[in-house]
Design a protein around this ligand. Structure first.
Ligand SMILES: Cc1cc2nc3c(=O)[nH]c(=O)nc-3n(C[C@H](O)[C@H](O)[C@H](O)COP(=O)(O)OP(=O)(O)OC[C@H]3O[C@@H](n4cnc5c(N)ncnc54)[C@H](O)[C@@H]3O)c2cc1C
Length: 474
């Protein structure tokens, strides 16, 4: 394979002479790319469907009441407020035209068209139910703040309803929690629910005993944390058992409904677990923008929706279009934050070099800094390649690293305080759950497209670049 040739792109007249870089997504790939262009002589427009940057690795702590959503989701606008060459726009990108070099985004019926000279696509991935999207109604995934808050409401709400339940059967169903998917997210989630039930809520109820809750971690694969290897996976499994999590492997989910989950075991036996709360942490599907890009560029798109990129992270025949993070397929790289961060920075450097007339970089090479997952309070597993360890030191390293990547001084301080409350004490500072959080998603789905249309004052299409303050754009 070859890298795309260096090229000085045509600069759009409307940009005041500076090349326009449009970035789709404010996650790890998009945000780090924008920041890496801080001193570049370009105008950066970052378009994302949420107004925040989300630190996904700590979503499970929002779902289990340890952290507040603000701590892991600072406003992108605030992060980039001092970066004069960058502006942040809210909008869901619905189309990309590689020939016209435009990106179209929509918010509340307002359509905006953003012309670009260089494009970085970092729209990430969503949950995959492997073709069984009907499961989503009963087993929410964990990809967004909305998901985490809905799960928080469902988890804490299950205990509330159990306190009111009239039969033991109902209590058992309400106090059974099933997590599907034994990768890092599922393991962390199951561990935290177990600690919540067995430690935090121990004395909070009068009729039920939360310590009798059942937490089940299921996976169709034969081992947990497969990317951590046999030894660390085995230790993680023992630690989960110690804190009261039942690990069931070779267990394929065949159906999910409001009251439980149906499973087919490796020996072909079909069984059911009655459980009010089911959490889906089992698969990802890249943003649908990958398919749009694939159709126009001829680049391959795999079953998980990831688009095959050139070794320099661009699309074939389109050296001005860079795809990074969870959306890209290259050398079987995993969908992790470091791949997105390094990819975003690499794409930014390619753009810098092109406009400076410099030779292209060497092909993208991922520097694997290792992986880690927490199992419980004081216990984590860390895989640094040659060095693999687990236990308290691993947990401290996990805390330090996650604190380092949380954006903003204020968030770091409050995160440390909330960790102290939860890990040194027994509390959870963020137990609030509202009806909107629990029922909002399903209610909106039921209202359907007519509700979408009614939210707006009528459709509008405007070219990007209108300045409502009357200022000259930079
Ligand atoms: C629960 C969970 C736990 C995880 N834990 C870890 C971990 O411990 N360690 C680790 O390394 N990785 C972890 N990951 C994976 C890691 O978070 C991702 O690999 C990383 O976020 C990918 O970055 P990205 O920029 O490609 O996408 P994302 O960070 O997902 O960002 C995508 C961005 O695109 C925006 N967007 C999406 N579609 C559109 C659209 N159509 N229009 C406009 N904007 C759009 C989104 O709003 C978002 O801003 C975890 C992921 C999850 C979900």
């Amino acid at each position: 394979m070859t890298t795309s040739p260096a090229r000085v792109p045509a600069v759009s007249e409307a940009s005041g002479g500076r090349p326009r870089v449009v970035i789709i997504g404010s996650g790890f790939g998009g945000l780090f790319a924008a920041q890496a262009l801080r001193t570049a002589p370009v105008d950066v427009t970052l378009v994302a469907k949420t107004s925040h940057h989300l630190f996904q690795p700590l979503l499970y702590q929002v779902a289990t009441g340890i952290l507040s959503e603000g701590e892991i989701a600072p406003a992108t606008r605030e992060i980039l407020r001092r970066q004069k060459n960058a502006r942040v726009l809210l909008g869901e990108v619905t189309d990309i035209d590689l020939t016209a070099r435009t990106v179209t985004s929509q918010v509340l019926g307002r359509t905006t068209v953003h012309p670009y000279d260089e494009l970085i696509v970092a729209a990430g991935a969503g949950q995959s139910y492997f073709g069984n999207d009907r499961f989503a109604e009963f087993a929410p995934g964990m990809k967004s703040i909305d998901d985490a808050l809905e799960l928080r409401g469902r988890i804490f709400g299950a205990f509330e309803l159990a306190e009111l339940a009239e039969t033991q059967e109902e209590v058992d169903r309400l106090m059974t929690f099933v997590v599907v998917g034994a990768g890092p997210t599922g393991v962390e989630m199951a561990g935290q629910i177990a600690e919540l039930a067995h430690r935090t809520l121990r004395k909070d109820f009068r009729r039920i005993d939360p310590t009798t809750s059942r937490v089940v971690l299921l996976d169709a694969a034969p081992k947990i944390l497969p990317s951590f290897g046999e030894k660390l996976g085995g230790r993680a499994r023992r630690q989960l058992n110690d804190i009261g999590v039942e690990v069931q492997l070779g267990a394929m989910v065949t159906d999910v409904d409001a009251d439980g989950i149906e499973i087919k075991d490796a020996d072909g036996q079909v069984r059911r677990i009655n459980a009010a709360t089911k959490i889906w942490a089992a698969g990802v599907q890249a943003s649908g923008l990958g398919r749009i890009l694939g159709e126009q560029s001829g680049a391959g798109v795999d079953r998980a929706g990831r688009i095959s990129v050139q070794p320099d992270l661009t699309l074939p025949g389109h050296p001005e279009v860079h795809v990074v993070g969870d959306m890209m397929a290259l050398d079987r790289l995993p969908g992790v934050a470091q791949v997105a961060i390094q990819g975003g920075r690499y794409a930014a450097e390619s753009i810098r070099r092109r406009f400076a007339g410099k030779a292209p970089q060497a092909p993208f090479r991922y520097s694997d800094k290792g992986s880690m997952a927490t199992i419980s309070r004081f216990h984590a597993v860390v895989d640094l390649g040659t060095l693999k360890f687990e236990g308290f030191i691993a947990w401290l390293l996990w805390l330090a690293l996650h604190l380092f990547y949380i954006v903003g001084f204020k968030s770091r301080i409050t995160t440390v305080l909330h960790w102290l409350v939860s890990f040194m004490g027994r509390g959870r500072s963020q137990r609030v759950a509202t009806q909107q959080q629990v029922y909002g998603r399903l209610a909106l789905e039921q209202l359907g497209p007519e509700f979408e249309a009614s939210k707006t004052g009528g459709p509008k299409t405007v070219p990007d670049g209108e300045d409502l303050t009357g200022r000259e754009s930079a």
